[in-house]
Write a protein that binds this ligand. Structure first.
Ligand code: KG4
Ligand code: ZN
Length: 345
């Protein structure tokens, strides 16, 4: 069984093939960051057009690299949502057209389920088993889920405003750092003075598992303005100032996530935690969560670092899992730019 995966929900074209019994046998990624950089964020129309250019040649290349022939592909998985509608339509149209031409099924995948199951592509001794709590933390989502069995999701809490990754991106933009902001903030935070600023941990001093990151963004903006208007700064925010602010911001996000994860584990009585989505690549987050796991006997699982951000491998693998359960769909194209994960089942 070989499943081709197509990811085109945002600004990355990801194409991969999952082969039953072997794993990911090819995995190609084209990032559009250079295309969008000058705009400071993703321009949807440019994203769709670039996916159109890349998808088919990358599929040909992925098949070639896998050593398979196109007739060896048994199913095509694509990201059905959530994401940018035009970008999703490219992947869905290509997937359905090829599925029709090759007389094989297509399978629409929820992007966040892809992120989640990527944790099962880690080393064999570090693969999560159900039930577990999942923290899905990306540029568009910050959600805690109880996952009692495969493909069913019970929402425990989510961000009421910005996603954690989005907050990283916006704060980076404020400081003139390049998109995507997460790695840029994490990079300069390493040189930050840990004692200079302490930022709030939003929504942690009252019960509940929801998040809010937009106030933290405003807090960061105000801190930068205070530095700028300080008579000693000559109206300048220095690189050291930026590192100090980035450090405090990252600590606040990471600590807030740690507190909520711990609370979710206590509330559900579960011992396993899976962290997935782009922000799960954050080193400081892994460090801080490592501390709670050591202290409370939890086990924490992550996708391999290269599969934390968007990629085709997670879609191919999620497609394989759904194909195995007999999921089928027709030929009509029906993408879901907004798609609550709790509707899956
Ligand atoms: O999952 P992903 O690739 O795309 C979405 O589904 O949104 O996540 C991208 C997000 C961006 O907001 C990016 O800034 C963030 O993940 N990100 C990080 C890191 N690497 C990526 N945030 C914090 N630290 C990182 N190392
Ligand atoms: Zn993603």
């Amino acid at each position: 069984m070989n499943v081709l995966g197509i990811e085109t929900s945002c600004d990355e074209t990801g194409i991969a093939i999952y082969r039953e019994g072997e794993g990911i046998v090819s995995n190609l990624l084209f990032s559009q960051v250079d295309l969008h950089r000058e705009y400071g964020g993703v321009v949807p129309e440019l994203a769709s057009r670039d996916h159109i250019r890349r998808t088919l040649p990358m599929i040909q290349q992925a098949i070639k690299e896998s050593g398979l022939e196109k007739q060896d592909i048994n199913a095509i998985a694509y990201t059905r949502g959530p994401g940018l509608v035009g970008a999703l339509l490219v992947g869905a149209s290509v997937a359905k057209s090829l599925a029709y031409a090759w007389k094989i099924p297509s399978i629409g995948i929820h992007h966040m389920e892809g992120h989640l199951v990527a944790a099962q592509l880690a080393d064999p001794d570090n693969i999560p088993t159900y039930p577990f709590v999942a923290l899905l933390v990306s540029g568009g989502h910050t959600q805690l889920m109880a996952c009692m069995e495969p493909q069913k999701y019970e929402l425990l809490g989510e961000s009421q405003d910005d996603a954690a990754g989005e907050a990283f991106d916006k704060v980076a933009k404020m400081m003139g750092l390049p998109y995507p902001g997460g790695p840029a903030i994490a990079g300069i935070a390493a040189q930050g003075d840990p004692g200079r600023f302490k930022f709030p941990r939003p929504m942690t001093n009252r019960p509940g598992l929801d998040f809010s990151f937009s106030g933290l963004k405003t807090f960061t903006m105000n801190t930068l303005q205070t530095i700028e208007s300080d008579p000693g700064s000559a109206g300048m925010v220095s690189d050291q100032d930026k590192s100090d602010v980035a450090h405090a911001f990252q600590e606040a996000v990471v600590d807030t996530i740690r507190i909520k994860c711990q609370r979710a584990l206590e509330q559900t009585g579960l011992k396993h935690l899976v962290i997935a989505g782009g922000v799960s690549a954050n080193r400081r987050l892994r460090e801080r969560l490592g501390e709670i796991s050591a202290k409370h006997g939890y086990r924490i699982f992550y996708p391999p670092l290269s599969l934390c951000t968007d990629n085709g491998a997670m879609i191919a693998y999620a497609g394989y899992l759904r194909h195995k359960t007999g999921q089928t769909e027709g030929l009509s194209i029906d993408v879901r730019p907004r798609w609550p994960m709790t509707e899956l089942g």
